[in-house]
Design a protein around this ligand. Structure first.
Ligand code: FAD
Length: 467
């Protein structure tokens, strides 16, 4: 395997050197405070202690069913590894995603196709994939860092990047068998193949398990019929993780879903019905996809037959976590644009930033970014630290993964709107990027489950615990 500059830079630091950087919590979360105030072990509500204990007990009893969320050789990256990774990605973005590239992607409503090879050559397409397949095997906190920095340069490129590296690559890494991983991961990681994930349909968005796409068993495999809507990378994808009904029992629709790996270029009956025109994220290609008697060999079933909802839901937790770094990147960019502007432009004889109302807005923007960033990193770090702990469901709390994106997405829309306001008339002009940031940010309140559905998920998790 050729050595990868990003991996080498971020893994070359000795554990001793990294432990000297900042004091960390003794808890496996390795939060940079001592001790951490996270919810991992200590629940803040004493009344639920017994119930929590019972739940942990139940969880332990069912851990045999749980599958790992990291490759077996995974070692959580050190703070220095992550610092170096961020610096490398910033350098990558400076060279490959300058503002002209981001603006052109938005203006032409199309993803810059050569970006896939550049991302692949830099090793960025397999942050969570195993080193055996050519991945960096650096885990989810690292993936949020890469996602944030790419989204800071271009929200659209960030979204397409995550659809490939998280929704497709990570799903294949976690749920694929050895043959599937060997067949697809090297091409996906190099950027020769573009990945996507298709669950939503025109009639099944928030209520995604009510999907109508059917997969009927035939000799040697399955025949897929139906359509998928709003699929990121759909118009370009070579490999799509497609969810379809294999055995829909009338009373339990969630039980009969299976995930399939569909190779689009060789699949007769597959077509891109249309490439969609969008409000924002215009540099990320989105499509409506049709499947008419598309044959998928049985070796392309991803995970277990009729257990696709588990693949889908477990994938959704990690997807929400990694996608929450998209809004982080957009908030960071809003600050990048607003801060120099308000300190340079003068009105009433002084810089705009001399006004306390302007300072207050900057403070709110910065606080929102820092709070969302701390939350996302803490949840990601917990999951990375629990890579060997099936008794804690490998550190995954749906509630936390969902809350990270709920919070980050809504903050990003506000922060990007504040940036428009701070730039005044200029903020409303297409020649500066802040308007694009607002349009891009709004997507994160809709994609991967809307804000309302996220509130339902978080609210229901308490209902389960307390009632
Ligand atoms: C740019 C873009 C990219 C996307 N990429 C992908 C992709 O790659 N793969 C994929 O599978 N899907 C993708 N999606 C689809 C996305 O996940 C869905 O759009 C999303 O889940 C919402 O579903 P919907 O559009 O059908 O809205 P609906 O479910 O029709 O909801 C409409 C409104 O009603 C509200 N609502 C619905 N149910 C409730 C409820 N029970 N309580 C309160 N409010 C409710 C919603 O919050 C929303 O405000 C993408 C969407 C977009 C816009």
């Amino acid at each position: 395997m050729p050595s990868n500059p990003i991996r080498s830079a971020s893994r070359a630091i000795s554990p001793l050197a990294s432990s000297l950087v900042r004091p960390t919590c003794p808890h496996p979360c390795r939060t940079f405070i001592s001790p951490c105030s996270s919810l991992h072990n200590a629940r803040p509500w004493p009344g639920s202690a017994r119930k929590s204990a019972i739940q942990v007990q139940r969880r332990r009893m069912s851990t045999s069913n749980l599958s790992r969320k990291h490759p077996v050789d995974f070692i959580p990256p050190t703070a220095t590894d992550l610092f170096d990774l961020r610096a490398s990605v910033q350098e990558f973005c400076k060279r490959n995603i300058p503002e002209e590239v981001a603006a052109a992607a938005d203006g032409t409503n199309s993803f810059p196709a050569d970006m896939w090879h550049k991302l692949g050559d830099a090793g960025l397409l397999g942050i969570t994939a195993s080193a055996a397949q050519g991945g960096l095997d650096m885990g989810y906190e690292a993936h949020t860092i890469v996602m944030e920095e790419i989204s800071r340069a271009s929200g659209s490129i960030g979204l397409s990047y995550a659809a490939h590296s998280q929704l497709c690559v990570n799903q294949v890494s976690l749920n694929g068998n050895q043959q599937q991983k060997e067949k697809y991961l090297p091409s996906l990681l190099s950027g020769r193949m573009i990945g996507a994930l298709a669950m939503s349909e025109t009639g099944a968005g928030s209520d995604v398990v009510s999907m109508k796409m059917k997969a009927e068993e035939v000799d040697g495999g399955y025949r897929l019929n139906g359509s998928k809507m709003w699929i990121t990378n759909g118009p370009d994808a070579d490999l799509i993780v497609v969810y379809a009904k294999t055995a829909p029992p009338p009373t339990q629709p969630s039980k009969g879903v299976t995930a399939f790996l569909v190779e689009t270029k060789s699949a007769s009956g597959f077509s891109v019905a249309r490439k969609l025109d969008k409000l924002g994220m215009r540099g990320s290609n989105t499509g409506e996809l049709h499947f008419e008697d598309v044959f998928v060999p049985k070796e392309n079933v991803l995970g277990q037959l009729n257990k696709g909802v588990r693949v889908l839901m477990e994938g959704l937790d990690l997807e929400r976590l990694v996608l929450s770094a998209g809004p982080l990147g957009l908030m960071r960019r809003a600050l990048d644009e607003a801060l120099p502007y308000v300190h340079t432009r003068q009105q009433f004889g002084v810089a705009l930033a001399k006004n306390q109302l302007v300072q207050g807005k900057l403070a709110d923007m910065y606080t929102a970014y820092r709070a969302a960033s701390a939350f996302t990193h803490e949840v990601a770090r917990t999951i990375d630290a629990a890579h060997n702990s099936p008794e804690t469901n490998f550190g995954i709390e749906s509630r936390d993964c969902t809350s990270t994106i709920l919070f980050a997405a809504e903050q990003a829309t506000k922060v990007c709107l504040d940036a428009v306001q701070l730039l005044g008339g200029m903020g409303y002009m297409s020649e500066v990027p802040v308007g694009r940031l607002v349009r891009d940010a709004k997507l994160y309140e809709i994609g991967a489950g809307t804000s309302e559905i996220r509130r339902v998920v978080v609210g229901r998790s308490f209902e389960k615990e307390f009632s």
